[in-house]
Design a protein around this ligand. Structure first.
Ligand code: SF4
Ligand code: MSK
Length: 641
């Protein structure tokens, strides 16, 4: 396990060692026990879609070249891949649907615990959807929520209403390729249909549907999740906070919220400030109540409330290893079933809240929007009442945390760059055009025990900012960057190239901008769209000097995210490859041929510095195509080297 944690933050190293000493099994132990993993699975060439199989094709030609039904290696790999897209798009989009329902409920019930927090954003989305934005706010919220819900189950072929937020040229490309998403649910269903035994066998045609489904996630379900969350919970603006396991408190009742959805966690963040609950905590011997987050639920409440982040995906069990967590409440996605056994070694109560995500043997308190405050109070009270069970001798809170600035959104980027009086992307476009900024990169995604923990995230981001590439980040990469000090404005002095440093200095931003949770990758799409509309950098996202990466990806959601970036025209790099390496044709299609059709393509590169260099080469290629001067301080840097 040690080699996987050599580059990890000190808090994770310390608690992983404690788990080892106490013989408490955590994710890295289970990963080691699972070796060697199935080569056919890794290469994507095992099919178990029907019961004539499972069928495995040997890519080196020994053994049958086709499955029992006659499916070849390309068909099998493509079908497996697009089913991953369907899984990822479903997760994001179901999240989006739930937020739309929450907004509708809030609009219809004046006693609701939720209310519209960003009326301007509501009106602006209403205009995008062709809804008259004047009049009563509740009425408007209901109309917008209904229009968004309609995008999940439309039966016509007109395309999602929210797609109008994409640049026109891009939408035309999708139309010509027949990949314009028609409805969010339909594209997921159609993947499941097409990949059923004996339906679509042409690997390129299968990938086409994968693209349509991924687009229905990025420009549909995820975008709806982000836009409506901002309307309901507030659009983030820059704020300060802290990250890493050292944010847990020795004296307070510690509550960790984990998962992805903001509906309960946002209320917990607010209700934890309740005077009566604070007094109850004091009466039980605690100094107060501390809330901290894990994974994207953490990002949601960090962005809007400045609630500190305890950690990312691979730290969920480590957080419990502190022995200082009274209660961990989870909603959906990225929850390790192994949490329960670690919690069982301590006094920690683990609570599930979504009917979609129960864990056997774990107490379930079902969340209902209609009783949001009541349920939040019930959960916080449980945590307070559990404080006296904390065993002081077992408490190990690492002395490691980092300061950060988060809360960037497509709107706050406008305001930060353009100033209070003239919110605009012009300074950003000008900085790119003058060569002060070389370009921008979205570095996002999970962490994975199959790679040294966070090494690729940090090395890649540092290499990019050193070369004047502004980085925008979400999800677990954002938390990794926070823990390693890259979300502080001061990081620009330490790590950024001269051009990026000048830009960061001028507007007081870090060289890495945290734009939110996994669904908030849609913010990156909107930022790219806004840069195109601002003018001077081409007419389409594919023209921009930008690139994307998920250096330590793990989940199906990352596959869907990657595909919607590629399909939006972005060169996108993964650390470990997609499970397509068994199919030469599919691999060549995704990493080479697809670019001519859609403007973006995949790259697989495990070395994070080399991967960053490839992204920079791509960015330079795009600058050249736009006839822009090379990066302003390039000469100077080559002198330094
Ligand atoms: Fe085998 Fe074809 Fe069935 Fe897949 S669909 S398991 S390749 S017979
Ligand atoms: S939480 S999907 S491990 S980024 Fe969104 Fe992190 Fe990946 Fe989950």
């Amino acid at each position: 396990m040690e080699d996987k944690l050599n580059h990890a933050d000190k808090a994770s190293q310390q608690l992983a060692a404690c788990a080892g000493e106490a013989h408490i099994e955590i994710v890295w132990d289970r990963y080691e026990a699972m070796q060697p993993q199935c080569g056919f699975g890794l290469l994507g060439i095992c099919c178990r879609i029907c019961s004539m199989g499972p069928c495995r094709i040997d890519p080196y030609g020994s053994g049958p070249a086709r499955g029992v039904c006659g499916a070849d290696i390309d068909t099998i790999a493509a079908r497996n891949l697009v089913r991953m897209i369907a899984g990822g798009a479903a997760a994001h989009s179901d999240h989006g649907r739930d937020i739309a329902h929450s907004l509708l409920l809030a609009a219809q019930n004046e006693d609701s615990d939720y209310q519209v927090k960003d009326e301007e954003k509501l009106k602006s989305l209403a205009r995008v959807l062709g809804i008259d934005s004047n009049g009563d706010i509740s009425q408007l919220a209901a109309e917008v929520a209904s229009a968004c819900l309609n995008d999940f189950g439309r039966q016509d072929d007109k395309g999602l209403a929210v797609l109008s937020m994409a640049p026109e040229k891009r939408r035309k490309i999708w139309q010509n390729l027949h990949v314009t998403p028609r409805s969010v649910d339909r594209e997921i269903v159609e993947i499941m249909h097409r990949t059923h035994m004996g339906v679509d066998t042409d690997y390129k045609n299968i990938i086409k549907q994968g693209i349509r489904c991924a687009l229905s996630d990025g420009w549909g379900g995820s975008l709806i999740a982000t836009e409506l969350s901002d309307i309901l919970f507030g659009t983030p603006s820059p704020l300060r906070s802290e990250a890493n396991l050292g944010v847990l408190s020795k004296e307070d009742v510690n509550i960790i919220v984990h998962g992805h959805e903001p509906t309960l966690s946002d209320i917990i963040a607010v209700v934890s400030q309740d005077k009566e609950l604070k007094e109850l905590a004091k009466a039980k011997g605690a100094a107060g109540i501390s809330v901290a987050g894990i994974c994207c639920t953490a990002n949601e409440i960090l962005m809007r409330h400045g609630i500190p982040v305890a950690g990312n995906f691979l730290q969920q069990e480590l957080a419990l290893m502190t022995g200082a967590v009274e209660l961990m409440v989870v909603d959906v996605q990225c929850l390790m079933p192994g949490l329960n056994s670690v919690a069982g070694c301590f006094h920690t109560k683990l609570i599930t809240t979504s009917p979609k995500a129960k864990i056997r043997g774990v107490e379930h308190i079902e969340f209902h929007e209609e009783k949001a405050v009541q349920i939040a109070k019930q959960i916080i009270t449980m945590a307070i009442n559990n404080f006296h069970e904390r065993v002081k001798e077992k408490v190990i809170i690492p002395d490691h945390k980092e300061k950060l600035v988060a809360g960037f959104s497509s709107e706050s980027v406008y305001a930060v760059l353009g100033g209070k009086y003239r919110a605009t992307y012009r300074p950003l476009n000008d900085a790119v055009m003058s060569g002060r900024l070389r370009g921008a990169a979205g570095v996002v995604g999970c962490c994975n025990p199959n790679m040294p923990y966070e090494e690729a995230h940090i090395k890649m981001v540092k290499e990019l900012i050193k070369n004047d590439v502004l980085v925008v980040t979400t999800g677990c990469n954002a938390i990794a960057c926070a823990k390693h000090g890259l979300l502080k404005p001061e990081a620009a002095y330490q790590y950024a190239g001269r051009g990026l440093r000048e830009v960061c200095n001028a507007v007081g931003i870090p060289p890495v901008l945290h734009v939110g949770s996994c669904v908030d990758n849609s913010r990156i799409l909107i930022i790219l769209s806004n840069i195109v509309s601002e003018g001077g950098l081409g007419e389409d996202i594919a023209d921009l000097p930008v690139a994307g990466a998920a250096p330590e990806w793990m989940s199906e959601k990352a596959v869907s995210i990657g595909f919607y970036f590629v399909a939006s025209g972005v060169y996108t790099v993964l650390g470990k490859p997609l499970p397509v390496m068994g199919s030469k044709n599919l691999h060549t299609y995704l990493t080479e041929e697809i670019e001519a059709e859609i403007g973006g393509k995949w790259e697989f590169e495990e070395d994070p510095v080399l991967a960053a260099r490839k992204m920079i080469t791509h960015i330079d290629k795009k600058r050249k195509a736009l006839k822009l001067k090379p990066c302003m301080y390039e000469q100077e840097k080559s002198g330094e080297k």
